[in-house]
Design a protein around this ligand. Structure first.
Ligand code: GLU
Length: 317
């Protein structure tokens, strides 16, 4: 049985980009008769709030996107800890003593525009009490070899993650489990065979595949889709003030938003009101566009606007 998942971070209400990603994930899974999980990624205590988990669930149900299973990532701590135990037993975990400012010195840009980590603390060992006793961030030593893979859309995801991004943090200083480890462990634990997600996450895939290999976990099929962008060229994000679903819902019906998303994704030629179920009968990825679309929400209306020249995601650092 194929299994897909939608895994939003609970850092705000859904915005149009979240709704598009959920819709595409749902269409992919339902068109293949796959099981579909919603995993609410709420491990970052600085940015996630329980009311946003609630809000996102409500926004997705409002759009007409349903799930076979719903899990909250904070309930999955036992499997994250078991993975850290395995990495520690294999001698692959090390504490990182680098300060934020020392990380910035001479750092190279990673493929997503962030600062790469030069693996400076690789020689350090875990303290006596093991990883549980550490009050420093923990990193995992990745093999220096390359990961060669393409996603289902043909996007080349090949990279040497140990040098392009550097060894990832898997447990933060505050004890929170970091994204790359949680995503890999949780996908495997729920038997995920297809990961459908936005193109902003494509550069992370090689690091995640390297972690899967270290943990002996299977690699799912990946597909990365177009993004909705703000007029400044940034991807839509609540952090940058994009209209949340609570605001969209005050002006627009679910069918209108669904029709807009279908048009933005290239699944319909015009933004006529529709539902996820109506889109299902002729859904196939060949109909979907691959170009990112710029979106404006003004005077209670969602509109697609022509991309400004030089725009696009990610912006050059
Ligand atoms: N939680 C991540 C996000 O909202 C996505 C995780 C994933 O799809 O791999 O950006």
């Amino acid at each position: 049985m194929e299994v897909g998942r939608f895994a939003p971070s609970t850092t705000g209400r859904a915005h149009a980009g979240t709704l598009l990603a959920a819709l595409l994930c749902w269409l992919d899974a339902r068109s293949r008769k796959a099981e579909l999980w919603l995993r609410l990624e709420d491990l970052d205590p600085d940015r996630c709030r329980p009311q946003w988990s609630e809000g996102i669930r409500d926004d997705l149900a409002w759009l007409g996107v349903d799930f076979d299973r719903i899990v909250e990532q904070h309930d999955l701590a036992a499997q994250h800890e078991a993975a850290l135990d395995r990495l520690a037993e294999a001698g692959l975990l090390y504490p990182c003593a680098c300060s934020r400012s020392s990380l910035a010195e001479g750092a190279v840009r990673a493929p997503d525009g962030s600062l790469g980590y030069p693996n400076r603390c690789r020689g350090r060992e875990l303290a006596r009490g093991g990883w549980r006793a550490s009050c420093e961030p923990l990193r995992v030593r990745l093999p220096d070899s390359g990961i060669f893979l393409r996603d289902e859309s043909g996007l080349d995801l090949s990279q040497q993650p140990a040098s392009s991004f550097g060894d990832p943090i898997v447990r933060r200083r505050d004890g929170a489990i970091a994204y790359h480890l949680a995503v890999v462990v949780d996908d495997a634990a729920s038997g995920v065979t297809r990961v459908v997600r936005g193109r902003d996450l494509a550069p992370s895939t090689a690091t995640q595949v390297a972690l899967q290999r270290l943990l002996g976990l299977p690699t799912p099929v990946y597909r990365h889709h177009l993004l909705l962008l703000e007029e400044r060229g940034e991807k839509l994000a609540k952090l940058h003030g994009s209209a949340g679903a609570d605001v969209l819902r005050a002006s627009l019906a679910a069918e209108e938003v669904c029709g807009f998303l279908a048009c933005a994704a290239g699944l319909r030629s015009a933004a006529e009101p529709t539902t996820p179920h109506d889109l299902l009968h002729d859904f196939c990825w060949e109909h979907a566009g691959s170009e990112d679309r710029v979106v404006r929400f003004e005077a209670g209306r969602l509109e697609l606007v022509p991309a400004a020249s030089g725009g696009g995601y990610p912006r050059s650092p």
